[in-house]
Design a protein around this ligand. Structure first.
Ligand code: PEP
Ligand code: MN
Length: 336
């Protein structure tokens, strides 16, 4: 059960509410986000919720029986829109493309990518400065120094940035520079990291775990929300299956299902999804048709020389065509 409280609820009214829920043996958790106060009640007993809904200081009350609650669509009529400022929004009716290299490599690469994005009217650049690599001998990223340089250059031209945070210790230093924190597939159920990201006022894009179910992804998002941060996006990036003909099994089905189950924006990552350059564009287009609110894709001036994931990265002419195709698909979907 979700109880939306008036932001200025009196302590005595809150106390009365707690007592009423105690009386029906409901366990309560208080959640204060950047937007609103809530009480999450978990219990078994059937009772008439109207008796609680009419108490002073209460805005609304909803029954939500799923394991995840605040991220569920069952109580929130309007989908959530993540607002990055300067009129850059992601969510239902606010389609975006995020593009850039797998890894941030150099100043020249940052400048070249930004110029390419500007030329194509793309508002968000992706790039890793902390790279989770399968081998410890692979390039692990330029770290905080790379982030500071990149953020400065991007800000100068009005482009937002999304980058992966791998550890709670990195959050404070990264916070002033990032526009969106990315939680990678390998950290999808790192509950300490999710708790910590719930305490900052910055959007978070949470990727589905390598073997994560849709339910687990939604419960991971619930960690962030219940710690106070409502600015969350869910990302389908492919899961591990028995198939070995491509990098991951991009679960297109997850896109409409997530949109149905949650009010959060849903993003598709075709690059890690299929992992094969020549198929990235068509798979991304399929994701958009299936209902994705944004696409995140890997782009590099010379993918053969990319420090990581070159095999799934589009060059500038391929990505130019892809961006156009994605916008066409979005417009087609809107007309259907
Ligand atoms: C990435 O976006 O570069 C990345 C490492 O993604 P994932 O966590 O999906 O593997
Ligand atoms: Mn990558």
């Amino acid at each position: 059960m979700i109880i939306q409280l008036e932001n200025n609820i009196k302590t005595t009214d809150l106390e009365r509410l707690r007592n009423s829920l105690d009386a029906v043996q409901y366990q309560c958790t208080e959640v204060n986000t950047q937007f609103q106060k809530y009480i999450i009640g978990v219990g078994k007993k059937e009772f008439d919720i109207r008796a609680i809904g009419t108490l002073p200081g209460i805005q609304d009350i909803h029954r939500v029986s799923d394991a995840y609650k605040l991220v569920s669509k069952k109580w929130r009529v309007d989908d959530s829109i993540v607002d990055l400022g300067n009129d850059v929004k992601i969510g239902t009716n606010h389609f975006q493309i995020m593009a850039g290299p797998c890894s941030i490599e150099s100043e020249a690469q940052i400048e070249s990518t930004l110029a390419h994005l500007l030329e194509n009217n793309i508002k968000i650049m992706r790039g890793g400065v902390y790279k989770p690599r399968s081998s410890p001998y692979s390039f692990r990223g330029l770290g905080q120094e790379g982030l500071v340089l990149w953020a400065k250059k991007a800000k100068e031209v009005g482009i937002k940035i999304i980058t992966e945070v791998m550890m709670t210790d990195q959050i404070d230093a990264m916070l002033p520079y990032v526009d969106i924190f990315q939680v990678g597939a390998r950290n999808s159920q790192n509950f300490n990291l999710l708790d910590a990201l719930g305490k900052v006022d910055k959007p978070v894009m949470l990727k589905r775990g390598i073997s994560g179910t849709i339910n687990e992804l939604l419960q991971a998002a619930e960690y962030i929300f219940s710690n106070g941060n409502e600015k969350i996006m869910l990302c389908e990036r492919g899961i591990r299956s028995y198939e070995t003909a491509y990098r991951n099994t991009l679960d297109i089905n997850a896109i409409p299902i997530l949109k149905e189950k949650s009010h959060l924006p849903v993003i598709v990552d075709p690059s890690h999804g299929i992992g094969l350059r020549k198929h990235v564009t068509s798979v991304a287009m399929a994701g958009v048709i299936a209902g994705a609110d944004a696409v995140i894709m890997e782009v590099h001036s010379n993918p053969a020389k990319a420090f990581s994931d070159g095999q799934q990265t589009l060059d500038y002419s391929e990505s130019k065509r892809a961006f156009k195709g994605l916008i066409d698909c979005y417009q087609l979907r809107e007309r259907l």
